[in-house]
Write a new protein. Structure first.
Length: 265
């Protein structure tokens, strides 16, 4: 009977320690309010708007014609994207190539001259550059992309870094994917997004990634130079601050179990 009581006590102690050491897995689940249905269901996404070219942006400008040699001096400035322009481990460490938009909002392109493109989207800039290129080339095909579309992801993610992304249509989920997802200590209910607006003012917003309404947020699609910060859960703070207490409690539990084992046996 005494042995049965001891083993019951020991079993309950182990279960208690296990429950105390395990986090709540529900805190790790994204979009918890999306129903678990087998049939496809519509999901509303935030409206996407093309990013606006600003001074100090760097653009890749390519002009192609039937004579490739005619535009070598233009296209050679753009460099080559490696690994999508970013390193999934530590962001982009490669120097950026392309055309710098100066403080007046202009770019200077060989052969076709200086063009003001600040305040335009890349599709509008493409049309403006093509209009100018028509004076120098026959049927030119123009492509304009950001070379410095940068988003920074820091905090409780597996690979915090600044990421250069050649794709303009990037979402918060894309950025977190580049950063290797949130760690188990990342607070998914309060992700902070900091954005510099066109008027130079900074705004911040908190997003709850456990709710589907985040998908329809106007901040779901990121802008260049956005900063995403994932703060740690209190669990991590407590673990870091109370390691000594945790180990002492574990030692005390084991010591008590040993004493009881000696007494009952």
């Amino acid at each position: 009977m005494k042995k049965t009581a001891f083993f019951t006590f020991l079993f309950l102690a182990v279960i208690c320690m296990f429950l105390c050491s395990c986090g709540n897995t529900k805190k790790l689940i994204y979009f918890q309010d999306i129903p678990e249905a087998k049939a496809a269901a519509p999901v509303a996404l935030g409206n996407y708007s093309e990013p606006i070219i600003q001074p100090d942006d760097i653009l890749a400008i390519n002009i192609n014609t039937t004579d490739p040699a005619a535009t070598v001096s233009i296209n050679s400035r753009n460099g080559v994207y490696v690994n999508g322009g970013s390193n999934p481990q530590n962001g982009s460490a490669n120097p950026l190539a392309g055309y710098l938009v100066d403080k007046n909002g202009n770019v200077e392109v060989p052969v076709i001259g200086t063009i003001k493109i600040a305040g335009l989207t890349t599709s509008q800039a493409r049309a403006a550059i093509k209009d100018r290129a028509n004076h120098s080339f026959i049927d030119p095909v123009v492509d304009v992309r950001f070379s410095n579309f940068k988003v920074t992801v820091i905090g409780e993610v597996n690979h915090p870094a600044a990421y250069i992304i050649p794709n303009e249509q990037v979402t918060l989920l894309d950025a977190i994917g580049y950063a290797g997802d949130l760690t188990i200590y990342g607070r998914r209910t309060n992700v902070l997004l900091i954005r510099k607006q066109a008027d130079g003012k900074n705004v911040s917003v908190r997003l709850d990634m456990t709710k589907k309404e985040m998908l329809s947020s106007p901040y779901f699609y990121l802008k260049q130079n956005d900063i995403v910060y994932v703060e740690p859960l209190k669990t991590k703070v407590l673990n870091n601050d109370n390691n000594l207490v945790k180990y002492l409690s574990l030692a005390a539990t084991l010591f008590t179990a040993a004493l009881l084992a000696h007494r009952y046996w």
